[in-house]
Design a protein around this ligand. Structure first.
Ligand code: ADP
Ligand code: ZN
Length: 823
């Protein structure tokens, strides 16, 4: 065999199959096709599986024993399913996040495209003759008899046809198969996203007036049909006219109407009514920002921008104008937002501008709607995709611009299965597609801020609010001076609320903790009531009269006597949003409140309803967790109260300062966005903490400089790169041992790689801050490097060595690159 064997091989990622990609021979008939990005059917052991072709290699794989390789069996897609840039992005993600390529692709493709074949059984000619033979009914159980009768009635059958048959058919089916009387064959469904069709009634001829006046229902039927232009969906007619089915049947028979089947695209329900949208005249600052970015939109090339604009500076309008310019160029736009339900205003604005050309993408979509949005995107009918983090993996072609709104938001980080950061993936997608990417925020992540100030990204700043609205005034309340009844609402906050109500303004109260009390503590021995499955305290929910675990959902009755000492009484300590609402009602019995946290917001329509109710002033106060901090524009809010600015400062993580500063400045930014100026009352036990001080001065620059100096001194990201390796297991000892083994491997790899000039640090292993979660024990090991390539090399080696250790098979190892949480 020559090294330059012309027989091409397809490298395939087998979906729901092995982690590594496999080679298959490309049969003669498929060689002219561009296979990359298409699904194919491949043999896998004794079964067949769907795979995506990752690459076609002509010469590279001559060392493989080609004769032992199998042919791929079937090309499923008529054209590549994934655009090339997305295919390359998936490969990058697989490598960067240490995830098998098939599992990355599984996250990208809608589940209907991962479908398995349907099993069919067919009666053979021989089988028919035998079964029709005389002896067929004798000595057989009822299940077997029924099975044979079914096959004789229809030759092609699916196992589900037999489910209602009497027992015994299964064994008999096996027998018939082994005799060769029936054969099994797999039918590959047309692996296409499902479609929905609708019955449409079309008016074909007019009826005479006399007949119409004889029946009011007929008149109504025809009026509705004519009012909608002579065609109307059957379901709409049914809703509006009694006896629709009768009239449809009758008139169809007469030829006066016809019923046609038409495909409809399922849209995500529109979150908010369209406002009539007029493009506003940009402020000089906005215009300058657009001008800076316009060049790379008009002749696209990779350039990352950090759009750093204070709250209320009008970033949305800038996205809209850049998007419009991109679409005018015949290219498409991808816009990422943290949560769709919290971005209804932005969605409405994009919908008003782009109408049908907008596709919306979020995890709350029903799978049919998701399939249709996928189709709409791949069919080229979409110019703008607006969606949450997974939209960064949407199959949009011909990309011209990516926008990431609120780029600092932690919801961009996926913490399960495929752990990725959508903002970072967006930057990589822009780079692969060679287009600009705009990262917008009033409080950019330190990483983006750092890149912006070192010139790696282009920094574009907006210092002013539109119409020169003043930034809110911030008042710090030192809670160390307040005890007892004032622990939740200080006198200062109560007074500010009173003034706000008198002024007919609205207020928002923010506390990043839900529930009524944070924990139950024994007065005698100090024990805290903990979740039996997780190493965290249980939270008291007064409205439910239960204590709940916020991690696994475990709940129990409110504890009475302490189970540890058996003597003391358990009493609630700390407080959450539920308590804030109650205190508010006590202080102001006449005012109306709304509460937004994960207890009250059980689905996204509730979020939308609550926000709408508050916007239309159906309540005076909105109490909530960080859900209320994000991007909302409520013109009548003149007061924002932060109940406890310290909550997120106390988390033992080097990022807690960053998260707190962002939260505080975002929530403060909700005040004074209308005509009247806003103010913020910030309650804290740490009035002199630099984060609190910076937030109070609304000086994010100052905060970042301080924080970056600290990160540099301690060599934390963005000055270094980290990966967290999380080891979890059902048994404490085994998990601890496995983590220790991993630590030893890490240190050995570090020593080996340092001889090659790399610089690395291994931290841990140590029990994770939440040591036990959902009955599993947890350990963290951190691998730190000064260069991304070094981290890549080290992690690959560590994982390779770990795979050879027997103990690792009894635990689960998860790699979390660029982690944002240490929990
Ligand atoms: P940000 O996202 O920067 O906090 P928004 O985009 O929500 O700010 O804009 C704040 C408010 O200002 C919105 O009500 C928006 O309609 C309005 N706005 C934006 N640009 C202009 C402009 N050029 N002229 C007048 N109003 C504007
Ligand atoms: Zn729990």
């Amino acid at each position: 065999m020559t090294p330059f064997d012309a027989n091409p091989l397809a490298l395939c990622a087998v979906l729901r199959g092995p982690a590594e990609c496999l080679h298959y021979r490309v049969p003669e008939s498929c060689r002219s096709l561009d296979l990359v990005g298409r699904r194919v059917v491949v043999p896998l052991g004794y079964r067949e599986a769907v795979a995506v072709v990752v690459a076609v290699e002509k010469n590279l794989s001559w060392h493989l024993k080609k004769d032992a390789l199998k042919d791929l069996r079937l090309v499923v897609d008529e054209a590549p399913l994934l655009p090339q840039d997305l295919m390359r992005l998936c490969q990058w993600m697989s490598r960067y996040y240490f995830q098998p390529l098939p599992s990355v692709l599984e996250a990208v493709l809608p589940s209907s495209l991962l479908a398995r074949p349907q099993k069919w059984y067919r009666l053979t000619e021989e089988g028919r003759q035998r079964l029709q033979g005389a002896a067929r009914l004798e000595g057989k159980n009822p299940g077997a008899q029924a099975l044979e009768a079914a096959f004789l009635a229809r030759e092609e059958r699916r196992p589900k046809d037999f489910e209602s048959l009497p027992k015994g058919w299964k064994a008999h089916l096996k027998r018939l198969e082994s005799l060769g009387w029936v054969v099994r064959h797999d039918v590959w469904p047309r692996l296409e996203p499902s479609t929905k069709t609708q019955k449409i009634v079309v008016l074909r001829s007019l009826l005479d007036e006399k007949r119409i006046s004889a029946s009011p229902h007929l008149r109504r039927f025809l009026t509705v049909l004519q009012d909608s232009g002579g065609t109307c969906s059957l379901s709409d007619l049914r809703r509006q006219v009694p006896q629709t089915s009768y009239w449809v049947r009758k008139l169809t028979a007469e030829g006066a109407v016809t019923v046609e089947e038409r495909e409809v695209l399922r849209e995500s329900p529109l979150a908010q009514d369209l406002e009539h949208h007029v493009a506003v005249a940009l402020t000089p600052e906005q215009q300058a920002a657009v001008n800076t970015m316009l060049g790379s939109v008009l002749s696209p090339s990779f350039q990352p921008f950090v759009l750093y604009g204070v709250t209320g500076s009008g970033k949305t309008e800038i996205y809209l104008q850049l998007a419009q310019k991109t679409v005018n160029q015949g290219r498409t736009v991808l816009v990422l937002v943290p949560e769709i339900a919290l971005s209804t205003q932005l969605e409405a604005q994009f919908r008003a501008r782009f109408g049908e050309a907008l596709a919306v993408w979020h995890s709350g979509l029903a799978s049919g709607v998701r399939d249709d949005q996928w189709k709409k995107i791949t069919s080229g009918r979409t110019s703008v995709v607006l969606g949450v983090r997974s939209a960064v993996l949407s199959p949009i072609r011909n990309l011209g611009l990516i926008v990431v709104d609120e780029e600092h938001d932690l919801t961009y980080k996926q913490e399960e299965r495929l752990r990725y950061h959508a903002r970072d993936v967006a930057v990589m997608r822009a780079r692969i597609a060679d287009v600009p990417v705009v990262l917008g925020s009033a409080t950019p992540s330190l990483q983006s801020f750092h890149h912006g100030s070192t010139g790696r990204y282009t920094l574009v700043t907006l210092r002013k609010r539109v119409e020169d609205r003043p930034l809110p005034h911030i008042h710090i309340v030192d809670m160390r001076r307040h005890r007892g009844p004032f622990r939740v609402l200080s006198p200062e906050l109560v007074q500010a609320l009173e003034e706000t109500f008198q002024d007919s303004g609205q207020a928002m109260l923010f506390l990043n903790r839900r529930g009524f009390a944070s924990f139950f503590l024994c007065r005698t021995c100090g024990a805290v009531r903990q979740c039996p499955h997780c190493a965290v305290s249980l939270t008291y929910h007064q409205s439910l009269e239960r204590v709940l675990c916020h991690y696994c959902g475990h709940e129990e009755a409110v504890p009475g006597v302490c189970s540890v000492c058996g003597k003391g009484l358990m009493v609630p300590f700390g407080f959450g949003t539920e308590r804030v609402e109650e205190e508010l009602h006590r202080a102001f019995p006449q005012i109306k409140t709304l509460r937004m946290d994960r207890d009250t917001m059980t689905c996204s329509s509730k979020v939308v309803q609550t926000l709408d109710a508050f916007r239309s002033r159906k309540a005076h106060v909105l109490v909530g967790t960080q859900m209320i901090t994000k991007g909302h524009d409520f013109p009548h809010v003149t007061l924002v109260g932060v109940i406890s600015a310290d909550t997120s400062l106390q988390i033992s993580d080097f990022r807690s300062g960053e998260t707190t500063a962002q939260l505080l400045m975002q929530v403060a930014g909700r005040a004074g966005r209308g005509d009247r100026p806003g103010r913020v009352v910030l309650q804290t036990y740490n009035p002199h903490h630099h984060v609190i001080q910076a937030a109070a001065a609304l000086d994010y620059d100052q905060f970042c400089e301080h924080e970056l100096a600290f990160r540099r001194a301690l060599q934390y990201p963005p000055f270094t790169r980290m990966a967290r390796v999380l080891v979890t297991g059902a048994h404490g000892d085994v998990t601890a041992h496995a983590a220790a083994v991993l630590g030893r491997i890490g240190r050995a790899v570090k020593v080996a790689l340092e001889t090659q000039g790399m610089a690395l640090a291994i931290l841990g292993p140590a029990p994770a801050p939440i040591q036990k979660l959902k009955k599993r024990y947890r350990y963290n090991l951190y691998v730190k490097a000064w260069k991304a390539e070094d981290l890549q090399a080290a992690m690959e080696k560590i994982l390779e060595h770990a795979a050879q250790e027997a103990i690792m098979s009894s635990v689960q190892v998860t790699v979390d690159r660029d982690p944002v949480s240490s929990l």
